[in-house]
Design a protein. Structure first.
Length: 142
């Protein structure tokens, strides 16, 4: 199970049949990704075809979302949807959760500082209205 983070306050994700399981699993506090049934590659982003072997066959596999920061930035200015203006500043980054599997997400940290490469973070989710959004949390030492 993923940790629960603050309620999501951004734009609603585009949900369609190919990615619906990803979003609804996050709403339930789980991170599920596609696993190719031909070559066993766990893949992200979700796609109709395996980018490793080209197979159309896959199943959904629950994965642990804990990992280490590959890169993190502090977002100071909102762009795109105006709802982000109420969210800045915030930390966003790429997290290595397994060899060859790097996921993007917001990072909630009680110190508000950008985290360095290799910092351990916990897989988390922000509940939305019928969906969840992947994020990560880190408890800084005071």
């Amino acid at each position: 199970m993923l940790r629960r983070a603050p309620t999501y306050a951004g734009p609603t994700p585009v949900i369609h049949p190919e990615n619906e399981q990803f979003w609804t699993s996050l709403a339930a506090g789980r991170l599920e990704l596609q696993r190719c049934t031909a070559c066993s590659r766990v893949r992200f982003p979700v796609a109709p075809v395996c980018y490793e072997c080209g197979s159309l066959d896959y199943s959904w596999k629950e994965v642990v979302g804990n990992g280490n920061v590959a890169v993190a930035i502090r977002v100071e200015r909102a762009t795109g949807d105006p709802v982000w203006a109420s969210q800045v500043p915030f930390i966003s980054g790429l997290i290595d959760i397994a060899p060859g599997l790097r996921l993007p997400g917001r990072i909630f940290c009680n110190c508000g500082e950008v985290l360095t490469r290799g910092t351990a973070v916990a897989g988390s989710y922000q509940p939305g209205d019928g969906f969840g959004v992947l994020c990560f949390t880190h408890d800084c030492a005071d």
